[in-house]
Ligand binder design. Structure first.
Ligand SMILES: Cc1cc2nc3c(=O)[nH]c(=O)nc-3n(C[C@H](O)[C@H](O)[C@H](O)COP(=O)(O)OP(=O)(O)OC[C@H]3O[C@@H](n4cnc5c(N)ncnc54)[C@H](O)[C@@H]3O)c2cc1C
Length: 328
């Protein structure tokens, strides 16, 4: 993954000099900000990170875009949250503390006050996983209207993953292409298979040139082809997306996009991301049975989970190990 690149347009100074209360007419009043406003994206029209071999994720806009100097998008969350407290506002006077309280107690609507708009280019198989997150607004490239560009995702030989033995949905361990001739051969065969499929692109083009509609010609194309979309989502649901897609159980390719997305948004709402790391993505949930097992452990028992499900017991054992206890 590459560093963030910024496409910059000259930032326009935000002039508030002409804003005078009660001078607009038509019953409208305008209020000049107490503190000068600054562009949260630093005057950039786009902040982009390249992902995989031909993909990218770019933050192209956000709300709030202008924030009081010295603040971040966290301020929009705090602003909305404080309306809940009415006269109680004076007690809640620390923004970071309030954000942490809100996230800890799952008071999530204030986090929907921040909106993020991304332009993403990813393989179709990644897009299929991504689109399951239904709370975003999406507009995708139309392969009925336009020819799909010649962009296919092909992992390097040393990125080819084996089927996981423990997780039917996953691939974890890499083929040992440097140490094992048979494994190298299999990985090469896999990459060759992708190359062969890519060869169909020429036939796709030729058939459209012979008059086959684009909407039909595309149906033979593979899912490692890249597509593009604009994806707009509020911060609350973006964090839900990130919690699921940054997790080690998510497929590595979508994880790469999620990690890049996090890198783009962290500077925009630093207190929120810090709280999310502490109370969500870096936290552990305990079930009732697990709490009972912990109590048993605290009173000198082995901390066995009272479940007849071997997978659940194994997960508990892994959790205990993560907590620093000997696994069962
Ligand atoms: C590791 C992993 C493996 C997966 N495997 C599979 C799989 O094998 N097959 C498969 O089909 N999917 C799979 N998924 C997708 C998964 O089931 C969810 O569809 C996806 O993660 C989106 O989650 P979500 O519904 O919470 O998100 P969103 O759609 O963003 O929704 C957020 C929340 O909003 C609410 N919401 C949104 N829409 C509605 C609605 N229409 N009605 C009621 N409440 C709503 C729900 O509370 C929901 O949790 C997998 C996901 C992951 C992370």
């Amino acid at each position: 993954m590459q560093d963030v690149t910024r496409a910059t347009e000259a930032p326009k100074p935000v002039s508030t000099a002409e804003i005078k209360p009660d001078r607009v007419g038509g019953g409208m009043t305008r209020t000049a900000p107490e503190t000068p406003l600054v562009d949260i994206m630093g005057g950039s029209s786009r902040m982009q990170i390249n992902v995989l071999d031909h993909g990218f994720i770019a933050l192209v806009d956000c709300m709030p875009r202008l924030v009081p100097q010295g603040q971040s998008a966290d301020s929009a969350i705090v602003q909305a949250a404080r309306v809940s407290y009415g006269q109680g506002t004076k007690k809640v006077n620390e923004d970071r503390g309030l954000i942490r309280y809100l996230l800890r107690h799952r008071h999530t609507t204030p986090f929907e006050m921040v909106e993020l708009k991304f332009h993403v280019c990813m393989p179709i198989f990644v897009a299929r996983q991504w689109i399951r997150h239904r709370t975003a607004n999406v507009n995708e490239y139309s392969a009925r209207y336009s020819i799909l560009p010649d962009r296919f995702y092909t992992p390097n030989l040393d990125q080819v993953r084996k089927q996981s033995k423990s997780n039917r949905q996953g691939g974890e361990e890499l083929f040992r292409v440097h140490d094992d001739a048979q494994e190298l051969k299999t990985a090469q065969e896999f990459v060759q298979y992708l190359d062969d499929v890519e060869g169909f692109y020429k036939r796709y083009l030729a058939l459209t040139e012979q008059g086959v509609s684009r909407e039909m010609a595309r149906i033979g194309l593979p899912v490692n082809m890249y597509t593009e979309w604009y994806w707009k989502c509020d911060l609350h649901n973006t964090l839900r997306f990130l919690s699921l897609r940054i997790d080690s159980h998510a497929q590595a390719e979508i994880r790469a996009f999620a990690e890049a997305m996090l890198k783009l948004i962290e500077p925009l709402a630093p207190a929120t991301i810090e709280a999310w790391r502490d109370y969500d993505v870096g936290a552990e949930h305990l079930s009732r049975l697990e709490i009972e097992a912990l109590r048993d452990l605290a009173s000198g028992g082995r901390g066995e989970l009272a479940s007849d499900n071997s997978r659940e017991r194994a997960e508990w054992s892994e959790k205990l190990a993560r907590f620093g206890f000997p696994s069962l």
